[in-house]
Design a protein around this ligand. Structure first.
Ligand SMILES: [Cu+2]
Length: 250
């Protein structure tokens, strides 16, 4: 049977192709814990999907080519072993994809629930994110400032259009809106969350690298939507502490 010879050859070619085209493997230095999880899941799905696509298309093209001049086509005889094989193979693939996707989707770094435990020893830095047409403000509550500066009389403060956060420490963003629907989106950090009036939505992440990232509003919200930007400014822990002390006047 020709399939026995074509199948393995197509599979080898497919795996080779998947290794060559994997765009995610090239950028291993993810900027946040969230982005790392999403990239890894993307790679896993790609490594599973590309060989299957090439295998199926390979068999299809081979079959069309081989039987292109068949004047009296015969229906395929039942092949129980082949049917069992593809049913089991499909089930195994779906279970693997399901487990891989569930592990990432259920991680607090990707879909935060306020009562979930983090796989981190540190308490997250809490920052409130308030969307309003057409700008973003970031509030550093009293308790957060006191915890960072160690100053008993420290008071909370807010910053407009600039979200400053430390590296190597969990950050909890509690997101809401003052008027109508907006959405926080920082593509380079793998962060996206809706901003609803009267509701707090949470994002948990931890930044790995210092630098500036563009924050967008990802929910069409009116005439100023396309200018509803902010900058995420990731600083060293020392730099972040100095900034908080300066802003809170302590
Ligand atoms: Cu908006």
């Amino acid at each position: 049977m020709e399939l026995r010879r074509v199948g393995p050859a197509a599979l080898v070619a497919a795996v080779g192709l998947a290794v060559l085209v994997d765009p995610v493997a090239a950028q291993s230095g993810a900027d946040t814990t969230t982005e790392a999880l999403i990239n890894d899941l993307n790679s896993l799905l790609l490594y599973i999907a590309v060989p299957i696509a090439v295998l199926v298309e390979g068999i299809l093209i081979y079959t069309v080519w081989k039987y292109r001049k068949s004047d009296e086509p015969q229906p395929t005889k039942e092949n129980r072993r082949l049917e069992i094989a593809w049913t089991v193979a499909t089930a195994v693939i779906l279970v693997a994809v399901g487990i891989g996707a569930y592990t990432v989707m259920a991680s607090p770094w990707v879909s935060a629930q306020s009562d979930q435990a983090l796989d981190s020893q540190q308490e997250p830095v809490e920052i409130k994110v308030v969307a309003q047409k057409y700008f973003w403000s970031f509030e550093y509550p009293n308790e957060t400032v006191r915890e960072i500066t160690g100053n008993e009389s420290a008071t909370g403060f807010s910053s407009t259009d600039r979200l400053v956060m430390p590296t190597d420490r969990p950050v909890e963003l509690n997101i809401t809106s003052r008027d109508w629907l907006h959405a926080l989106h920082v593509p380079d950090m793998g962060l996206k969350q809706d901003a609803f009036p009267g509701q707090w939505n949470t994002l948990l992440t931890q930044a790995n690298n210092e630098g500036e990232y563009q924050l967008y509003c990802a929910e069409y919200c009116g005439a100023g939507h396309s200018n509803m930007f902010a900058t995420v400014d990731v600083r060293s822990q020392q730099g972040f502490q100095e900034w908080v002390e300066e802003e809170s006047g302590s």
